[in-house]
Write a protein that binds this ligand. Structure first.
Ligand code: UDP
Length: 371
């Protein structure tokens, strides 16, 4: 088959990295990068780190409102489709690039394959929720990462084309996380680059990027949570998305010195920082799952999650706390008591044995079966 893949953001580059080797070994792939994320720390560096192919079409459509992005991506992808004439368009996740790729494909009569179909937060205020629902309802193949995603699709009347594949991000995390398992070799290069002291369990790792966490009120709330989580002997390392950094600056909120704000990190560094942390605080769907796979305690700084199974399977190690300061403090103390977090982090890394989900194989097989 000739498959045109559309990516544009950091998590999509990461998901594409899990899929492209097997996809390209059996099919002809045309790789389109919308440029929704465009700077080196959010996008460019991942091409080199993950060995991604150079895009066949790089649209350079970053910045602006969601409406402007979709308004520019849609005709640009339509023009590419007219020239490339693929058998299918493959989109990932829930971003403006996902929606634009899907809409361009259906209007051109090309079937859509959606990786990470069926996820729902049931919170329509999230732009991602609209993108997921619309994309699922025009897709020919719906690659669901979890049984709950299959059930969500069934509840919306979608059964045809649904395949439970497992999670492509687990495939990649399993491939790479073994490389960062040894704290003695994984942490020093990161510590040196960031100018910080890093030891197992002696820091908390945090990421925040969602639109819902960028209002001044939300920024003040999570800044207070991070400040409460940080201690001089156990700082919080906050790898901050540029959009959230701008929101932090605009909000006037301040962070204590024990919250170390650093640039977004590369994929391996992020896995290493998670694996050896005392705990992870995040609003990221990807980081949330990775923490679960690595067995690291995780506080989800959102009021809802699409990854219900990850929470249920965590045996209490993952808690959706939203921006509730009291809950966050209590749960962090329960999951990562300061006096034992070094020992617990070392034990986790020693026990680490993440297996791939086989999702990339399942996706390619399903595409072939239905071709
Ligand atoms: N990630 C990264 N550097 C960072 C923060 C996250 O490489 O500084 C990775 C993370 O390990 C995961 C992915 O980005 O694989 C998650 O993407 P993101 O948080 O941007 O989006 P979401 O998963 O919420 O859609």
């Amino acid at each position: 088959m000739r498959i045109l893949s559309v990516v544009g953001t950091r998590p999509q580059l990461i998901k594409a990295a899990a899929l492209f080797p097997i996809l390209r070994s059996r099919h002809d792939e045309v790789f389109v990068d919308t440029g929704q994320h465009w700077d080196d720390v959010m996008a460019g560096d991942f091409f080199a780190e993950l060995g991604l192919p150079k895009p066949d079409h790089a649209l350079g459509i970053g910045g602006g409102t969601s409406a402007e992005q979709v308004g520019r991506m849609l005709p640009a992808i339509a023009t590419i489709l007219a020239g490339e004439r693929p058998d299918a368009v493959l989109v990932y996740g829930d971003t403006n690039s996902t929606l634009s790729g899907a809409l361009a494909a259906v209007t051109a009569g090309v079937p859509v394959a959606h990786v990470e179909a069926g996820l729902r937060s049931f919170d329509r205020r999230m732009p991602e929720e609209t993108n997921r629902i619309l994309t699922d309802h025009v897709s020919r193949w719906l690659f669901a990462p979890t049984p709950m995603a299959v059930a969500n699709l069934a509840a919306e009347g979608i059964r045809d084309g649904v395949v439970l594949t497992g999670d492509v991000m687990q495939d990649l995390a399993a491939r790479v996380s073994g490389e960062v398992r040894d704290a003695a070799s994984a942490l020093p290069p990161i510590a040196e680059r960031l100018g910080l002291r890093l030891a197992p369990g002696a820091y908390v790792f945090a990421t925040i990027h969602r639109a819902e966490n960028r209002s001044p009120q939300a920024v003040r709330a999570w800044a207070t949570i991070l400040a409460a989580a940080a201690r001089p002997d156990r700082p919080v390392i906050l790898a901050l998305h540029p959009g959230t950094r701008a929101a932090l600056e605009a909000s006037g909120a301040t962070l204590p010195a024990e919250v170390c704000v650093v640039a977004p990190q590369g994929y391996r560094s992020t896995l290493a920082l998670q694996l050896h942390a005392a705990a992870v605080l995040t609003d990221s769907g990807g980081v949330q799952r990775e923490s679960a796979w690595l067995g690291v305690p995780c506080l989800v700084l959102r009021s809802s999650t699409e990854w219900v199974e990850a929470v249920e399977a965590s045996d209490g190690a993952m808690v959706v706390v939203g921006l509730d300061l009291g809950r966050a403090v209590v749960e962090l103390e329960r999951l990562a008591p300061v006096e034992s977090s070094g020992r617990l982090a070392e034990a986790r890394a020693a026990a680490h044995a993440l297996q791939p989900a086989g999702a990339a194989e399942a996706i390619v097989a399903a595409l072939e079966g239905a071709a």
